[in-house]
Design a protein around this ligand. Structure first.
Ligand SMILES: Nc1ncnc2c1ncn2[C@@H]1O[C@H](COP(=O)(O)OP(=O)(O)OP(=O)(O)O)[C@@H](O)[C@H]1O
Length: 242
């Protein structure tokens, strides 16, 4: 088991974020988190990435219980962030360097890799995300779609096992959405685990292998494989209207 949540709850000061989640995820799955606005998709990604810790219940990653006390140790935090990469909904919070190449080099440098190894990762990850020509641009000045690709390149540069993506298709043209989905499928084929939040079933139905659907009470209302979903036209129709 790669990830496991048991009776997990997360509360914000004035509202619930997640209510009583039970969930197991294996390595190599391609999961779509779906549900209406405010149902808890982003909150779950924040917990999985270690940016927030549950108020109640447990989260295990590779049999390690992830708690605030565990993450208080900088080495533990760094290890988790190397293994679980997150592309945020708002990429502006993620891009802070003065060039795209610097942006992608930042993580590998933090890991203490040699200059040659850092450069190799920058070159590879820019190529993989079709960002090679953006190398010397200022990240802040890129288009929305370009920013998403650079954010993904900077996450991939750490070579994480798990990729978390929060609405990665938002704001992209149809062609750019297709490119992003094709890239995510290639990454999954290369062995990565992909967990992607989306409220647009039309965009993700062709790629997801498992759909975890939240309700407005911040609970998991359904957890279905793509095969099961194909046999449930009513549920598909419901997902189309999220
Ligand atoms: N920083 C915050 N402070 C207080 N409440 C928050 C905060 N972030 C989220 N919430 C609330 O927690 C609940 C879950 O929000 P979350 O962002 O996880 O939902 P979501 O499914 O990702 O929504 P969306 O599709 O709009 O991105 C919502 O009721 C939301 O208003």
């Amino acid at each position: 088991m790669l990830l496991k949540l048991a009776n997990l709850c997360y509360d914000y000061p004035n509202t619930k974020g997640l209510v009583d989640l039970n969930l197991s995820i294996n390595a190599g799955e391609f999961i779509c988190l779906m549900g209406p606005n405010g149902s808890g998709k982003s909150t779950l990604l924040r917990i999985l990435s270690g940016l927030a810790t549950p108020n109640r219940g447990q989260y295990w990653f590779h049999d390690q219980l992830i708690t605030a006390a565990y993450l208080a140790d900088a080495q533990h935090r760094q290890r988790l962030h190397q293994q679980i990469g997150m592309v945020f909904q708002n990429t502006d919070v993620q891009l802070f360097n003065t060039s795209v190449a610097e942006e992608v080099a930042f993580g590998p440098r933090q890991l203490g890799l040699s200059a040659a190894a850092v450069e190799q990762r920058v070159t590879d990850c820019l190529a993989l995300t079709a960002c090679t020509t953006l190398r010397d641009r200022v990240p802040y000045q890129l288009s929305g779609g370009e920013k998403k690709r650079v954010a993904l390149a900077s996450v991939l540069a750490l070579n994480p096992d798990v990729l978390l993506l929060d609405e990665p298709l938002n704001g992209l043209t149809i062609a750019a959405q297709q490119q992003m989905l094709t890239l995510l499928q290639r990454l999954r084929a290369a062995g990565k685990t992909i967990i992607m939040a989306s409220h647009n079933f039309q965009q993700v139905q062709a790629v997801g292998q498992r759909f975890i659907i939240f309700n407005s009470a911040h609970q998991i209302a359904a957890d279905v494989s793509a095969d099961d979903l194909h046999r449930q036209p009513e549920r598909q129709a419901q997902l189309m209207t999220l």
